[in-house]
Design a protein around this ligand. Structure first.
Ligand code: COS
Length: 383
């Protein structure tokens, strides 16, 4: 039984507690039957289910009645989904991240896409990383050249989640208003735009839809610009400020799943004539795991609450949450493998699945090393 006492923390309102309880029930009733043998099909099915369940309403604002994203709700949903099914968390997360720039800075025409992504009728993707620029966003090389009322895009993106199955992509390209970070622009590009090709599908140790995209003379109207030309770097960073806390929440969901499985294991397993849970060495592991889980949750919901209560920038808080929660979840899951012995490395066991699922979270949406840069810069600037 998962510890839900954190829901009583003052970061939350009753609507958050109700959301977490209702989603928990929905997960138990709906997620057990999803066939994961075909990753693309499973992702599409999960997006449809999450849409029908009403959960994708939280992934972006209602275009008819725009309101700020509620980061606490996003985190609670990701934490809960990740605890039950990593691909369900991924499916939810990408609807938010893919439309994140539109949610924060989109025009009313662009926001019409939200009516579809919030229902699960369309899938979205966030195309920032490139073969030669992952952490160093300001150096990205995809170009968008103005041609009358259009832009012409050329270049490559890689590690794009939902690549190949998305209906719409948020694409960051160099428009050259100034050097480096000050010369980038965000565009909203429908997947069927001529000139957009899926040039490679990428396979990873915890299967997710991922692809490399190529833009060859892709022409798109200037109304596809999200926000202001030249401000694309800031658009990307403000989206990541919101969604990095939610990556941390997904890590927390995986860590809670590992702790739950470990508690069950150490209570049931007998060693030297008593349950494993009576051995002090085992208790030491359980204590470390419980501490890592609670400390992660505190940082995550501090970051989410700070954003929800009006802070303009939460780069430092979100980076702390992501760095800490993803690192500690890795540690918690490793301990779960250890406590399960041989069963922990058996293909298909809960610890084995979590061990594969957690690793990428320390890399995507800003590697742990980048989070340290963000935290150090903010600390040096403010104190
Ligand atoms: N919100 C709004 N504006 C921001 C911002 C944020 N969170 N972060 C930075 N900016 C602004 C800065 O204020 C600065 O503005 P001015 O030029 O007006 O002063 C501008 O953006 C450039 O910022 P900075 O100098 O910090 O840029 P760097 O190139 O040094 O970027 C890091 C630094 C490494 C932090 C950044 O490139 C980064 O986060 N990289 C990781 C990218 C990532 O997450 N990739 C994964 C893709 S999604 S899977």
């Amino acid at each position: 039984m998962t510890d839900r006492s954190f829901l009583e923390w003052p970061f939350f309102e009753d609507r958050h507690r109700e959301l977490a309880t209702a989603l928990e029930t929905w997960c138990v009733e709906n997620l057990g039957t999803v066939d994961h043998s075909d990753t693309d099909a499973a992702t599409v099915a999960l997006v449809r289910m999450l849409g029908e369940g009403g959960w994708l309403r939280y992934s972006g604002p209602d275009p008819e009645a725009p309101a700020p994203l509620d980061v606490r709700s996003l985190c609670l949903i990701r934490e809960t989904l990740a605890r039950h099914d990593g691909l369900a968390d991924f499916a939810f997360a990408m609807q938010g991240l893919g439309m994140g720039a539109v949610s924060l800075s989109g025009s009313s025409g662009q926001r019409e896409w939200l009516a579809r992504t919030r229902k699960g009728a369309a899938l979205s993707a966030f195309a920032l990383s490139e073969p030669a620029s992952g952490s160093d966003v300001a150096s990205l090389a995809t170009t968008a050249v103005r041609d009358g009322s259009h832009y012409v895009l050329n270049g490559e993106k890689t590690w794009i989640s939902n690549g190949g199955i998305a209906d719409v992509y948020t694409v960051f390209a160099r428009t050259g208003e100034a050097e480096g970070a000050r010369g980038l622009t965000a565009f909203l590009v429908p997947a069927d735009t001529p000139g957009l090709e899926i040039t490679e599908r990428l396979e990873v140790m915890a299967p997710h839809p991922l692809a490399r995209l190529t833009f060859r003379d892709l022409r798109i109207g200037a109304d596809a610009v999200i926000g202001t030309p030249g401000e694309g770097f800031k658009v990307a960073m403000s989206v990541l400020d919101v969604f990095r806390s939610t990556v941390a929440a997904a890590a927390l969901g995986f860590a809670r799943a590992a702790l739950d499985a470990s508690l069950e294991r150490v209570r049931a397993r007998q060693l030297f004539g008593a349950p494993l849970s009576e051995l002090q060495m085992v208790q030491g592991h359980i204590a470390d795991m419980a501490l890592d889980v609670d400390a992660s949750a505190l940082l995550i919901y501090r970051a989410a609450w700070t954003k929800d209560t009006g802070a303009a920038r939460v780069s430092r808080e979100a980076a702390m949450a992501k760095l800490f929660a993803t690192d500690q979840a890795q540690r918690v899951i490793d301990k779960a493998v250890q406590l399960h012995g041989g069963d922990g490395v058996r293909v298909g066991s809960v610890p084995e699945r979590l061990y594969r699922e957690i690793r990428a979270l320390r890399i995507y949406e800003g590697a742990s090393d980048v989070q340290k840069v963000v935290i150090a810069r903010a600390t040096l600037k403010n104190t």
